[in-house]
Ligand binder design. Sequence first.
Ligand code: ADP
Ligand code: MG
Length: 725
Amino acid sequence: MGSRKKVHAFVRVRPTDDFAHEMIKYRDDNKTIDIHLKKDTRRGVVNNQQTDWSFKLDRVLHDASQDLVYETVAKDVVSQALNGFNGTIMCYGQTGAGKTYTMTGATENYKHRGILPRALQQVFRMIEERPTHAITVRVSYLEIYNESLFDLLSTLPYVGPSATPMTIVENPQGVFIKGLSVHLTSQEEDAFSLLFEGETNRIIASHTMNKNSSRSHCIFTIYVEARSRTLSDEKYVTSKINLVDLAGSERLGKSRSEGRVLKEATYINKSLSFLEQAIIALGDQKRDHIPFRQCKLTHALKDSLGGNCNMVLVTNIYGEAAQLEETLSSLRFASRMKLVTTEPAINEKYDAERMVKNLEKELALLKQELAIHDSLANRTLVNYDPMDEIQIAEINSQVRRYLEGTLEEIDIINLRQIQEVFNQFRMVLSQQEQEVESTLRRKYTLIDKNDYAAISAVQKAGLVDTDGHLVGEPDGQGFGLGVAPFSIKPGKKSKSKKMFKEQLRPSTPPTKPVAFEDFKNERGSEINRIFKENKSILNERRKRASETTQRINAIKREIDMTKEALNLQKSLREKQGKYENKGLMIIDEEEFLLILKLKDLKKQYRTEHQDLRDLRAEVQYCQHLVDQCRHRLLTEFDIWYNESFFVPEDLQMALKPGGGIRPGMMPLNKIVSLGEDDQDRFGQLQQTTLPEGPDSVSFYNAKVKMEQKHNYVKTMMALQQAHRK
Ligand code: ADP
Ligand code: MG
């Protein structure tokens, strides 16, 4: 709603034969009460010599039936509660002025029933009128006496007295009273029983506990929760209607009261004045602190006073001259309340479970929508699901190729893919950084340029000159220490080998993209051929899958059209009346043909669908192969590249024909492969252990790779040692 609203303040005058006509006058607007006191009246209120007052309220209810009172005071508040607005109706006034009569009414006389039973009736009537909603109703009945809380419904057999005293608890959903029994009622009758139970307890308590019932505040609360029966509606509303019968507002002469009465009087005066303070503070938009916790009454009503709820005050007054002092006081209270503005707001909540379901539904719908758009744009088979490992590996390899320059551009497919591309960029970049650094660390001892102590130590040792250049290094490029690359290692005077190197190798290795082209034409040609072949199979399968999808869509459209035509025929036939022959339906030829066609289309649809499923499986399989090939191509290229441009010439020599090791792909393979004994062992291993099942394959493969790597390192070390000798 959001619009600000005033507290509605009504005055109800208790009928009397002795109405003070000269003192109490109503104006024609039915809203204004004028009070006039004679000058000689000896009363406290005229100390200031004022003799005339005028109070304008929302309505003066004089000689008003219970019916009219309900219509005027409560009806709107209750109906708004079913829309999710909290509502509070309070009766205020001196003892005997008719608060309980207004709120509860005469429980023995249906006609004179008060706001409470009528509100319950209205709630249940409205529920009946609203079959679109599932509405639950709960009630509780609380009594506050001398700042203690009592459950007026605790006598019900299934409730039982609470072990711990009740406490007022606040949580984000609002205020509730821990220990107060709340009762689900599915029908009017049950609700009435609860009300009567509470009323009886109120009277009994006043005898057994020596409580004066006019000294306590009673709050009957109706809790409403309305959920739409439409499952797609995840919003639901909750509300509370508080019907409050306040303690008598009369100020007890302090001199006359003592003991229990004084205690009661103090509590009541305090709580009523705190109630007023809280409501006034609520109406003041500049106030951000509202003193709710000062007493139990305002604390319990915290989320139902002023603020965001509909609030109504009924001030009950006497019409007799003898009570004029209290009447004036009550009317003052009423007119102060009337100035307070509130801002009713709906208590809207969300059903999390329904919300998730709806979002899922929406997601599925959007995916379908996307699929339609894609097929219109001839982009079938674009997948919007989260990517699997293979797809991510594919993107990783695309990124690598793009960085190496072997891939011109990366096609944009969808958002997820773009994000993944960036992800992989980051990964590749950080990997490369690490690689560069670890390569450097392997070859050199890196010294922090700002670490002067380390630098001077190194200088003392004569390893670097004062400029930080490596000793013997003509154009040193910063600090390097330790094992320099074979090719630039100082002090190695093996001239013949150096010449050999210069003849065979370019001084700077070609860039990887350039080398990769060479590799594909030479050593990697076979694997490259297989890679290309797999790729073309993959593309061909993809194309077929896309065509099949289009055919399926076409068949689906035709099925829909045929169905429609068939339905039309059917309805025509039904309109014309059925032809039956010995219980057999007779249909015309056109309809028959349509049925046949539909059957045929459905068959086609199924076959195509099966085809598509098979194709998709193939696509996935081919994709896997392509990824594998690409991986192999790249790994072997790396080996080749390192071997060709970075393996020391000494090793190259060994790899030369006639050397200990054969050149080309083979030597490295040999280096990394197992010795004959090991090979045998592996064969045995495979035979004996692998029958454990295919799951064990990757485990053993990893083991073998590990051993191969080990072998490779061993061989390299042996070679280096031989070289040193
Ligand atoms: P309160 O609750 O304010 O102390 P009650 O509601 O108990 O006052 O009213 C005191 C008496 O006056 C009761 O017997 C009640 O039936 C009667 N009474 C109060 N208001 C009316 C009314 N509008 N019409 C008829 N009887 C009334
Ligand atoms: Mg009463």
